[in-house]
Write a protein that binds this ligand. Sequence first.
Ligand code: NAP
Length: 247
Amino acid sequence: MPADRILILGGTGEARRLARALIDQGFAVVTSLAGVTSSPLLPAGELRRGGFGGEAGLADYVKRENIHAIVDATHPFAAQISRHGHGAAQLLGIDYCRLERPPWVAETADNWIEVGGLAEAVAVLPVGARPLLTIGRKEAARFFARADLRGVARMIEAPGIVMPQHWTLILARPPFSLENEIRLIDSHHISHVVTKNSGGDDTRAKLVAAREMTIPVVMVARPVKPEAPAFSTVEALIPALRQVLSP
Ligand code: NAP
């Protein structure tokens, strides 16, 4: 009998680790990437790229490609594709679960300004702040629009818009070391670190650096994702999949 076929909604390191682990267990895996990064790190196994055309398009794909389950391993802030994945799975009566790293939690010595979204993150920065933006490229323009802010925007790929001259653009891919983060904050006289609560170890050092250098962190809370089984590690997810699917 052919192995059950799993669709991984990807775009994260966890998704790549999951693809490798499932293939090693004998499952047939296809990873889907949004196609928004021009040179993404690629997973093992089959790959497709680009939007599906909403929930209905995703459901059509799942039917056409004979997918038995959807594992949503997208970034915690990719809320729309998670809604679509959950909705398509419900429509077709197949399993849907998430692989989701736990959010970061503030420690006693941290000074976090917790906000509900990026609009609020822009608004809480005091006049003349020098933020280190680590929120990706899609929403950086909101910060550039405030003429009094001058800081550093770090992202994997250039924002695709003209950046004001008084901002510094750093193109870099995680992981980042504590030493790197301390040097960056120090050399650019950063007053605030601005981040989404992505969780994980690869980008945690900026929080430790902020704590050690006693500067505040503007922490954007995660969007709500659909109610569904969720696992924080590949090791926890695989046995659960094996209970409902066969390699
Ligand atoms: P989003 O707002 O939830 O999704 C927007 C649209 O992009 C979706 O409706 C879908 O288009 C398409 N899409 C998103 N992820 C897809 C996937 N894995 N495969 C196929 N189509 C996908 O997502 P986003 O925040 O723009 O994130 C896009 C991708 O970047 C995700 O794969 C995510 O894991 C990754 N990522 C996001 C962040 C972040 O901070 N948001 C950070 C790191 C990585 P259709 O409706 O046409 O199907």
